[in-house]
Design a protein. Structure first.
Lengths: 277, 306
C-alpha cells in the first residue's frame, strides 16, 4: 500500500507543477475577479436596489449559477488537459519504464496516479468553487444552498472525466484520448440541452435522446444535478439555461454515474495490467 | 529454489500482430557475471529486456529471474534497470529522484540517508545533488539513471546502452561502476552498441538476430578474442572436419583451402599437429585475431540490420 501513496504523492506534485494547471488557475482568478466585479456592480446598482427582495434574490441566485457553471467548465477542462497524457504520454516518452520496473504492481501505479490527480482536482475545485461561494456570501450577501453537495457533484463529474482519460490513455495516444473524452463530454452537453428543451416542449423524443446521451456519458447529468441542488426552488421553475436546471437527473442516474466511474476505472486497471509498456 | 543462474529463458517469444520481434529467446546468465547482449538494430534486444522486466508480455515462453518466475513483482526488489535514454520528472532534484526510487525499492529512511550521498558520489553528481533534472545534460541524466538503478544494491542489473551520451570520462566511470557491481557479486546484463566497451567489460556475450541467440562467446576463456585461421594445404578431406570440431567452429573447406575459428591460441599447435598427423601437407597456416567487432560482422553478416 505504501507504493500506492508514493506514486500518488509524486503524481500530485507532478500535476501541481504543470503549466496547464497554473494557466487554469490564472483563468479561474481572472474569472473570479470579473465575477466579483460584476456582482459588486449589480448589488450596488441603484435600480437593482429598488427590485423586490424575492426577485433580487432570484437574480443573484441565477448569477451565482453562472459562476458555478464556469467553475464546472474550468474544472472539467483542467482535468482533461492535465491528465490526458499522464498514461499515454509517459508510455510514449518511456518515463514510465523506470517506475514500472520497480517492485510496484501495475494497479498501484495506475491507481496511485489516479489518486494523485484526484487530490489535485479536489484542491482546484476547493479554491475556485470556494471563490464563487465567498463572492456570493461576502459581496452578494446571497443565501447559498446546497454548496457542499454541489461541489461534491462537480468533483464527481471531474473524477468521471479523469477516469475516462485514464481509461482511454491505456488504449490510445494522448491526442486521440483528448479528442475522445472531450467529444464524449460534448455529446453529454448537447444531450443535456436536448433533454431540457424536451422538458419545456414536452417532447418525449428529445428527453429520450438526452437520457441516451447521459447513459453514454453521464458528466452533464452530474452537473445538472449539482446545479439543481444549488439553485433556489423558484429558480428551478424559471430558469432554462446551461447554468440552471429544470429537470434534475434522478438519484438513479447519479448512482449510474458512480457505477460508470468504477466500471471505467476497473477497465482502465485491467487494460493497464494487460498492455505492453 | 537457489540457482546459480541469474536469468534463464526458454523460447521467449514476442509477436506484435504479424511482426515477430523476438522469435524464441533461450539463454542462461550465470550469477555474478557481466553479460553482453549484442545484436543489430531491430534484433529484438530491447523487447527481450522489456519482457524480462515485465514491461512487455511475452506471446509465449518462460523465464526465471534469480530463480523466480519473471512475472513476480517482488523479485524486482533485487533487480535494477537503467533504460536507454533515461528520463524522469524534470522538476525533481538529483537527491529527490534517488530518494523516490529508493523508497519504491523499499529502502528504509536510514538506508536512504546513507546511500543517496554515496551513490551521487559514485556517479560524480555530488555537486549537483540539489539541482533539478531539467538542467541536466544527457550525460548527467545517464549518470543519475545509473544511480537510481543501483541505489537498492540489486543482485541483477539491466543496463540498456549505459554509455550513450557519455564522454570518454563518463564511459570510463561506467566501466568502473560495472566492475564494482561484479565485485559486489551482482550480475550485470549489458546491452550496448559499443562493442569495444563490451569487449573489455563483459565475461560472456551472446549475439542476437531476429530475436534468437545465434552465437555465444565466453570472453573469459578467450580474452584475446576469437581467432580466425586460414589454411592452405594438400590432401584436405571432409572427414577431417569432425575431428577438428573439438577445437574449431565455423569450419569451411573448399579445395585446398580450409578456414575455421577457434577461441584459444593454445589450441593452434594441437590443431596443426592433428592436420599433419592426418597426412595433410600444410603450406600455409595463418591465424588472425578477430576483435569482437569483427566477430560481430562475421556472425551477423554484411548487413546486420537486415
Amino acid at each position: 500500500m505504501n507504493q500506492l501513496w508514493i506514486i500518488a504523492n509524486v503524481t500530485f506534485r507532478e500535476a501541481a507543477r504543470r503549466k496547464i494547471l497554473w494557466t487554469a488557475l490564472l483563468a479561474a482568478a481572472a474569472f473570479l475577479s470579473l465575477f466579483a466585479t460584476g456582482i459588486h456592480f449589480q448589488v450596488k446598482d441603484v435600480h437593482f436596489a429598488r427590485v423586490p427582495p424575492l426577485i433580487r434574490a432570484q437574480v443573484l441566485s441565477s448569477i451565482l449559477q453562472i459562476g458555478f457553471y464556469a467553475v464546472d467548465m474550468l474544472a472539467v477542462l483542467m482535468t482533461v488537459l492535465t491528465s490526458v497524457d499522464s498514461i499515454s504520454g509517459e508510455i510514449a516518452s518511456s518515463t514510465i519504464h523506470a517506475i514500472a520496473t520497480k517492485p510496484v504492481h501495475r494497479w498501484q501505479l495506475l491507481l496511485g496516479k489516479w489518486l494523485g490527480f484526484a487530490a489535485m482536482i479536489a484542491v482546484y475545485i476547493a479554491l475556485v468553487f470556494g471563490g464563487v461561494v465567498a463572492i456570493g456570501h461576502f459581496i452578494a450577501h446571497a443565501q447559498m444552498r446546497g454548496s457542499l453537495d454541489g461541489a461534491s457533484f462537480i468533483y464527481l463529474e471531474c473524477l468521471l472525466v479523469l477516469t475516462l482519460t485514464f481509461l482511454f490513455g491505456t488504449i490510445f495516444s494522448t491526442l486521440t484520448n483528448g479528442v475522445i473524452v472531450l467529444g464524449l463530454h460534448g455529446i453529454a452537453f448537447i444531450g443535456g440541452w436536448l433533454e431540457q428543451i424536451g422538458t419545456v416542449t414536452q417532447s418525449e423524443r428529445l428527453i429520450n435522446l438526452g437520457i441516451l446521451s447521459s447513459v453514454i456519458m453521464p458528466s452533464e447529468s452530474i452537473w445538472r444535478r449539482a446545479s439543481y441542488v444549488m439553485q433556489s426552488s423558484v429558480a428551478r421553475t424559471l430558469d432554462l439555461s446551461p447554468f440552471a436546471t429544470r429537470s434534475a437527473p434522478s438519484t438513479t442516474m447519479m448512482l449510474y454515474a458512480v457505477v460508470y466511474l468504477f466500471a471505467a476505472l476497473s477497465l482502465a486497471l485491467y487494460r493497464f495490467q494487460q498492455r505492453d509498456l | 529454489m537457489p540457482t546459480d543462474l541469474a536469468i534463464e529463458t526458454t523460447g521467449l517469444r514476442k509477436q506484435f500482430g504479424s511482426k515477430v520481434a523476438v522469435r524464441g529467446l533461450s539463454l542462461q546468465v550465470r550469477r555474478g557475471e557481466i553479460f553482453g547482449f549484442l545484436g543489430p538494430n531491430g534484433a529484438g534486444k530491447s523487447t527481450s529486456i522489456k519482457m524480462l522486466l515485465g514491461l512487455v508480455k511475452p506471446t509465449s515462453g518462460q523465464a526465471q529471474i534469480l530463480g523466480c518466475p519473471f512475472r513476480n513483482v517482488e523479485i524486482r526488489r533485487k533487480v535494477g534497470f537503467l533504460p536507454e535514454d533515461f528520463r524522469f520528472y524534470d522538476w525533481l532534484t538529483a537527491s529527490e529522484l534517488l530518494a523516490l526510487h529508493g523508497r519504491l525499492s523499499r529502502l528504509t529512511p536510514a538506508q536512504l540517508s546513507e546511500r543517496i550521498p554515496a551513490y551521487l558520489d559514485l556517479v560524480g553528481l555530488t555537486p549537483h545533488r540539489d539541482r533539478r533534472l531539467r538542467g541536466f545534460s544527457k550525460g548527467m541524466m545517464q549518470r543519475i539513471g545509473l544511480a537510481q538503478a543501483l541505489i537498492h544494491e540489486p543482485e541483477l542489473v539491466f543496463l540498456d546502452e549505459p554509455t550513450s551520451g557519455l564522454d570518454p570520462m563518463g564511459r570510463h566511470l561506467v566501466r568502473d561502476i560495472i566492475r564494482g557491481e561484479r565485485n559486489r557479486g551482482a550480475t550485470v546484463f549489458l546491452n550496448s552498441h559499443l562493442l569495444s566497451e563490451v569487449e573489455i567489460t563483459c565475461d560472456t556475450v551472446v549475439f542476437i538476430k531476429q530475436g534468437e541467440v545465434i552465437a555465444t562467446r565466453d570472453l573469459r576463456s578467450s580474452p584475446e578474442g576469437e581467432i580466425h585461421v586460414h589454411v592452405r594445404a594438400n590432401n584436405l578431406r571432409q572427414e577431417l572436419l569432425a575431428g577438428l570440431s573439438q577445437w574449431a567452429h565455423a569450419t569451411q573447406l573448399q579445395d585446398d583451402r580450409l578456414t575455421f575459428s577457434t577461441n584459444s591460441m593454445d589450441s593452434l599447435p594441437e590443431i596443426l599437429r592433428y592436420l599433419i598427423s592426418s597426412n595433410v601437407d600444410v603450406f600455409e597456416f595463418t591465424p588472425q585475431r578477430l576483435s569482437l567487432e569483427e566477430s560481430f560482422f562475421k556472425i551477423m553478416g554484411e548487413d546486420p540490420g537486415q
